[in-house]
Design a protein around this ligand. Structure first.
Ligand SMILES: C[S@@+](CC[C@H](N)C(=O)[O-])C[C@H]1O[C@@H](n2cnc3c(N)ncnc32)[C@H](O)[C@@H]1O
Length: 194
């Protein structure tokens, strides 16, 4: 088991190094991907959901963490060509067995997902952020974490998400902080059921 983890680390690192200049499909900055990785490891999360795969950069970091916690990621992308690239990247990185990649419109898929989840990364269409949150929050376990990309309460991320920020901050059963080292990530921990 330990040998498998060491071999996988090597494979993922080699893949990330050799593809370092190829993430041009709205992929998150590395600082944000590392942040997601750290949150999953620290909390030993195992049931992850990502909305907005693109070509799979953040998924790779999430799945890499899940390979260490014994977890699995469901990730959703609506664009077929980016979905195909992502699936190819997952295979090359050696992470396919930790990822259930879905080609679908998240507007219709997400509300029907069964859950439960303990980690969520929301990074698809910004105007749907609140709908995604409302659909998934009840399926997030208490102690789970819902992260949202391109959101900050201090810097302007350019997406007009101020009302979403206020919405998150006012939720009684979530505690939200913001990480501005990359493109802005809202980190919302679920404190209680309601
Ligand atoms: C910012 S990119 C995701 C980047 C990715 N998380 C990464 O770091 O590599 C957003 C992606 O969400 C996808 N998307 C937008 N609307 C969607 C929808 N309704 N359902 C599924 N995917 C959607 C876009 O096609 C795009 O590839």
């Amino acid at each position: 088991q330990e040998n498998k983890a060491v071999a996988l680390d090597k494979k993922v690192k080699a893949f990330l190094n050799s593809h370092a200049r190829e993430w041009h499909d709205w992929n998150v900055p590395e600082a944000d991907a590392r942040l997601l990785y750290d949150i999953i490891i620290q909390n030993k999360y195992t049931k992850a959901l990502e909305i907005g795969t693109s070509t799979g950069f953040s998924s790779i970091w999430i799945a890499w963490a899940l390979s260490k916690t014994g977890g699995k990621l469901i990730t959703i992308e609506v664009d077929e060509s980016r979905y195909r690239k992502a699936v190819d990247n997952f295979r090359k990185a050696g992470l396919s067995e930790y990822i259930d990649a879905r080609l679908a419109n998240a507007h219709t898929l997400v509300p029907g997902l069964q859950g439960p989840f303990d980690f969520v990364f929301s990074d698809a269409d910004k105007e749907w952020y609140k709908n995604y949150f409302d659909a998934v929050a009840p399926k997030l376990i208490v102690g789970g974490c819902y992260t949202t990309h391109n959101v900050s309460d201090r810097m302007n991320t350019g997406f007009g998400l101020e009302s979403y920020v206020e919405y998150l901050k006012n939720l009684k059963n979530f505690e939200t902080t913001f990480d501005d080292r990359g493109a802005g990530v809202a980190i919302s921990y679920k404190k209680s059921g309601k």
